[in-house]
Design a protein around this ligand. Structure first.
Ligand code: G6Q
Length: 547
């Protein structure tokens, strides 16, 4: 069984959404507020330690109810059940999509090929716990008997971005182990990292689901050579571990079976931080924190699976993306966390969202006739206010934005936190309300400007406002709340894919470049450039080999 297929634009509810859109598209957000006293109640959700305010979006209660009709017509409820219960929803790769099973409670039963996967999930979680505890408490020692001080995650894409983002986001919770991440095949990346490392006290975690990825294997091989320059061969056993589904290739690389942390093919790379791919997280912040992260995601799973759609955070978040993307014609979405800790969050979500929903063929194999995946970008506030916010406020493009903040500061500097939160709140207020001609005139007059000067400046100083934002306000940045937040976006991705009638869990679009790079590499290294390339490509190849 797989997901049902429905062209969303051919549904009745889509037609109703189109006419509803023409009714409200020119309305200003301020009008929505003045005409509806229940707006906050209807368009915000308080759930556990989350307060999500959707009310500064260009929607009404009716928009949500029409989207609920659409959800029925595209069988969203049925799709959610299939997702959680191990149906082959990644049809193009013939796999289930079960990152939710990695954080499910022990008594859950989830079957893949007739076998309950939960016992093995917990076996691996136990292995992660005992290994990371031994490294952290120093009982796992390097080959000269010294405790480990540094850990290096070697992986790329899904085997890098998730762990790197979480480790950085949870920096406040880190222990004495110093984490490093090597991903790029650019040899300067690993060289810059190893130059500061002592082989006697460093643990390398090679993370590759397939163990065939060019970047990761090149980095792992070069780092192993660097390591063996100053160490005996049997030192590998104390300093190299691997996370993979490809046990045979890991053994061939020289890693003991005992040092392999297995993963399953029903975990997609970009959703794998909850699996043994998260080993670096468990090492850097301790296993209890890793488990709390998983627990948070589990809570969001329960919310997503059980809350009615009008009070379901990931579902409404996905509706909004479809609304702006397919009706307003917005092309991108900004993610603005008001915490420096979430510095890598937008980068992480770029992969999750753009690799999943960057598709133009529907689930029947036809070219889609409507827009799908959005561009994702963002940087933490307040820095971004002094960088690209001008365009969000006064540019020609509509950029819906998620504003994420944590009410409590971790280090507790109240003055800074008050300032950060004021900015967080002020920006969404400004984006919604803008500044009218009258307000601008009044201000300029107050500043003592003359009439002529005022009139010259007015057009430039007016802000239309009506720029939509969603405020995701969370009590405190902790492993559990971070787990909830990440899972929220995972489910939002899923819902968007269901509505757009695309397959969100393959990524064939990244294959062509890999194939061509192999051919080009052979030709560059043998210096035999073939004529199978266009003139531009040949020119670049010649330039490289001549320099
Ligand atoms: C993610 C993708 C991709 C993958 C990397 C690394 O969903 O599949 O980013 O994670 O290509 O793959 P390996 O883990 O197999 O090295």
């Amino acid at each position: 069984m797989a997901l049902k297929t429905t062209n969303p634009t051919k549904t009745n509810s889509w037609k109703k959404l189109e006419s509803h859109f023409s009714d409200i598209k020119s309305k200003h957000l301020k009008e929505f507020f003045s005409s509806d006293k229940n707006r906050i109640k209807d368009l915000s959700i308080s759930w556990e330690d989350f307060y999500v305010d959707f009310s500064k979006n260009r929607i009404t209660k009716k928009t949500l109810s029409l989207f609920n009709e659409l959800a029925e017509e595209v069988h969203l409820k049925d799709a959610i059940e299939r997702y959680f219960t191990g149906d082959i929803i990644n049809k193009t790769e013939g796999r289930a999509v079960l990152h939710t099973a990695l954080r499910a409670s022990r008594d859950t039963k989830v079957y893949v090929d007739g076998e309950d996967v939960i016992p093995e999930v917990y076996q691996v979680r136990e292995k992660i716990r005992s290994f990371s505890e031994a490294v952290i408490n120093g009982s796992h020692k390097g080959y000269t008997g010294k405790a480990i001080t540094d850990i290096v995650n070697i992986g790329i894409g899904g085997s890098d971005l998730g762990p790197a983002m979480v480790v950085d986001s949870l920096k406040y919770y880190q222990n004495h182990l110093k984490p490093h991440f090597v991903s790029n095949v650019d040899g300067d990346h690993y060289q810059e990292i190893v130059k500061e490392l002592n082989p006697e006290t460093t643990l390398f975690v090679i993370v590759s689901k397939t163990f065939t990825t060019q970047e990761t294997l090149s980095n792992a091989n070069s780092i192993r050579n660097w390591f063996l320059k100053s160490t005996p061969k049997d030192a590998i056993a104390k300093h190299f571990v691997a996370v993979s589904t490809n046990i045979e290739s890991v053994k061939a690389f020289g890693i003991d079976e005992a040092n392999i942390f297995p993963m399953k093919d029903w975990v997609g790379g970009r959703f794998s931080l909850w699996s043994a791919v998260g080993l670096s997280i468990s090492l850097a912040v301790g296993n209890d924190n890793f488990e709390n992260l998983l627990d948070g995601a589990k809570e969001m799973d329960i919310h997503f699976r059980s809350a009615p759609f009008t009070k379901n955070i990931p579902v409404i978040a996905a509706y909004l993306t479809v609304w702006y993307n397919n009706f307003f014609g917005a092309e991108s979405e900004a993610i603005i966390p008001y915490t420096q800790y979430l510095n890598q969050f937008a980068t992480y979500l770029q992969q999750g969202i753009m690799e999943s929903n960057g598709k133009s063929v529907d689930r029947d194999g036809n070219k889609t006739t409507f827009e799908t995946g959005t561009l994702i970008w963002g940087e933490p506030g307040t820095n971004s206010q002094h960088a690209f916010f001008q365009l969000i406020h006064q540019g020609t493009k509509l950029i819906p934005a998620d504003f994420i903040a944590f009410a409590e500061s971790l280090h507790g500097n109240k003055d800074h936190q008050d300032k950060l939160m004021s900015n967080y709140i002020a920006q969404t207020e400004a984006l919604m309300n803008g500044k009218t001609t009258e307000e601008v005139r009044f201000e300029l007059k107050k500043d003592g400007l003359g009439k002529e000067e005022i009139e010259q400046l007015v057009p430039f100083k007016v802000f239309d406002g009506n720029r939509p934002t969603t405020s995701i306000f969370i009590k405190k940045l902790a492993p559990k709340s971070l787990g909830k937040l990440i899972a929220m976006y995972e489910h939002k991705i899923f819902v968007q894919g269901v509505i757009w009638n695309i397959y969100s869990y393959d990524q064939f679009g990244v294959e062509l470049g890999k194939q061509l790079a192999k051919t080009i590499l052979n030709e560059l290294q043998s210096n035999k450039l073939s004529n199978n390339h266009d003139e531009s490509t040949l020119g670049l190849m010649r330039y490289y080999n001549e320099n």
